[in-house]
Design a protein. Structure first.
Length: 191
């Protein structure tokens, strides 16, 4: 009769139990093995200063119907459904989520997820940085030909920032100018 050694017990554990633990499987009520869904995270697109589109692809339902799928997003790595999520429907296949309300110029991490009654499966992590909006840079150079009701002002737009300048000019200092120009003589309109 053979006695079990520590090495034999470890080998038995690795052969019988470890594979099941590594793929997050469990037994259903019918006795069949159930896996969590398998998901792939797609590359982020349409990145703006406050939004992004991220897609996922549920390649396998794990043996049970996928009742929820979507994108987990956060500023720390490996976000989960405990973090912010945007739902993208149910079932297998491809989906895209539009995520809004992001901070500008911030680094975010995202992962696709899918849930069935066996648990939640996560896709690979992707990262992106939202656009940082920069205001135009202007200078007021000089004023000449100052009259009682007229004057010639000179200025320069040294940088348009991150958007196209759609208007430029000078503000007359009065009550309207205080609110419109924040007490500066230049005003620019940009999106």
């Amino acid at each position: 009769m053979k006695t079990l050694t520590i090495n034999s017990i470890i080998r038995l554990f690795m052969v019988l139990l470890l594979p099941c633990l590594l793929v997050n499987c469990m037994k259903s009520d019918s006795g069949t093995t159930v896996l969590v869904p398998a998901v792939i995270t797609q590359t982020p697109s349409a990145i703006t200063d406050s939004s992004v589109s991220v897609g996922g692809f549920v390649t396998s339902d794990g043996g049970l119907a996928v009742f929820e799928r979507g994108i987990c997003i956060g500023k720390i790595q490996n976000p989960t459904i405990a973090d912010r999520t945007v739902k993208g429907g149910s079932g297998t296949g491809s989906y895209t989520c539009s995520i809004t309300g992001l901070d500008q110029g911030a680094l975010y991490y995202a992962r696709a997820y899918a849930s069935n009654n066996g648990g939640t499966g996560y896709g690979n992590q992707v990262s992106f940085t939202t656009v940082l909006r920069m205001a135009p840079v202007v200078t007021t150079d000089s004023v000449s030909n100052i009259g009682q009701t007229t004057a010639i002002f000179y200025g320069d737009v040294t940088s348009e920032g991150t958007s196209v300048v759609t208007a430029r000019g000078f503000c007359k200092y009065n009550v309207l100018c205080k609110s419109l120009c924040n007490q500066h003589y230049w005003y620019l309109i940009w999106p």
